[in-house]
Design a protein around this ligand. Structure first.
Ligand code: NDP
Length: 318
């Protein structure tokens, strides 16, 4: 039978490119889990995805209620779940004041990490029931959260500290707390994004430690390359948006097109040679995949456990 893959944030960029790549193989039915139904419908049509090869379902990761409703709707639709891709993200690089999710958590970590944390935890149940030969749960990582790389050393650097801001509920100063995971007094949107990506990579490894052996599910993360043209950079200053793609293309040579990045993510979903669990995949300049190393913080098991326990409380699972 066809596999069923859920991709969050499939209305643009990498998520859309991967949805297209997977649906075109004919081997996958793609559930596009998106916050803006009409935008997703237009994007799928615009990308030339065939009618019947995908289903759009509403999911707003900035609301834990919406995450729970999405899971209910998906189950009611009666489809199996063979692969889940936690891809959606927001990036607010120039923000100096926090915004908050429906549940009152700082938006970057709330959407990129907490919304996906709840979704992944709930949908483990569905993946566990699937009879598909290789079931996978994938969470997008990033080089920018990895301080063992050049890009990861561009300030502000990622760093979760002792997680005191997260433990305090990421509420911001009006509520006598901090909107930053490390408890810092000043909000920095660029750092909040990088921190959320460390959370994504730590969560993938903690899922692997807790569930891989018992369930056989493959847990993976990846850095698909710098896709300098996606909507991720929409809130950046215009000069940055003008210069970033040629800078990546000609200077760092890390540039990757949306179509190529979509193929890479599709490989992590379905390629038999990428079935190993607990891996953070990257690609070299010849577009060959390899198992990449994470920074010390992004692979710290003690931090991963602590992050897991605090996140469980914040999303109402503990
Ligand atoms: P885009 O901005 O193009 O896509 C992000 C997607 O997330 C959009 O579909 C957006 O929806 C969706 N989204 C945002 N907020 C929410 C929400 N509250 N609920 C549901 N969906 C939401 O960015 P990319 O394609 O570049 O990024 C995809 C992933 O790749 C991210 O995880 C990012 O961290 C990662 N990545 C990207 C890199 C790059 O260079 N671009 C490099 C490394 C990693 P909408 O269309 O409605 O805005």
């Amino acid at each position: 039978r066809q596999g069923v893959v859920v991709i969050t944030g499939a209305s643009s960029g990498l998520g859309l490119a991967a949805a297209k790549a997977l649906s075109e193989t004919g081997k996958w039915h793609v559930v596009m889990a998106c916050r803006d139904f009409l935008k997703a419908a237009k994007a799928a049509k615009g990308a030339g995805m065939a009618d019947g090869s995908y289903t759009i379902m509403h999911l707003d990761l900035a609301s834990l209620d919406s995450v729970r409703q999405f899971v209910d709707n998906f189950r009611r639709a009666g489809m199996p779940l063979d692969s889940l891709v936690c891809n959606a993200a927001i990036y607010r690089p120039t923000a100096r004041t926090p915004t908050f999710t429906a549940d009152g958590y700082e938006m970057s970590v709330g959407v990129n990490h907490l919304g996906h944390f709840l979704l992944a935890r709930l949908m483990l149940h569905d993946l566990g029931k699937s009879d598909y030969p290789s079931r996978r749960l994938i969470i997008l990582g990033s080089i920018t959260g990895n301080t063992n790389t050049l890009a990861g050393n561009i300030p502000p650097k990622a760093g979760l500290g002792d997680l005191r801001g997260l433990a305090g509920g990421l509420r911001g100063h009006n509520h006598n707390g901090s909107a930053m995971i490390d408890g810092s007094d000043t909000f920095d949107g660029a750092k909040a994004y990088k921190d959320s990506k460390i959370c994504n990579m730590l969560t993938m490894q903690e899922l692997h430690r807790r569930y891989h052996e018992d369930t056989g599910i493959t847990f993976a993360s990846l850095y698909p390359g710098c896709i300098a043209t996606t909507g991720l950079f929409r809130e950046h200053i215009p000069l940055f948006r003008l210069l970033f793609p040629p800078f990546q293309r000609f200077i760092t040579k890390g540039f990757v097109s949306e179509a190529e990045s979509g193929k890479r993510l599709a490989q992590v979903v379905s390629d038999p040679s990428l079935g190993k669990s607990g891996v953070y995949w990257s690609w070299n300049k010849d577009s060959a995949s390899f198992e990449n190393q994470l920074s010390q913080e992004a692979s710290d098991p003690e931090k991963a456990r602590k992050l897991w326990e605090i996140s469980e409380k914040l999303v109402g699972l503990a």
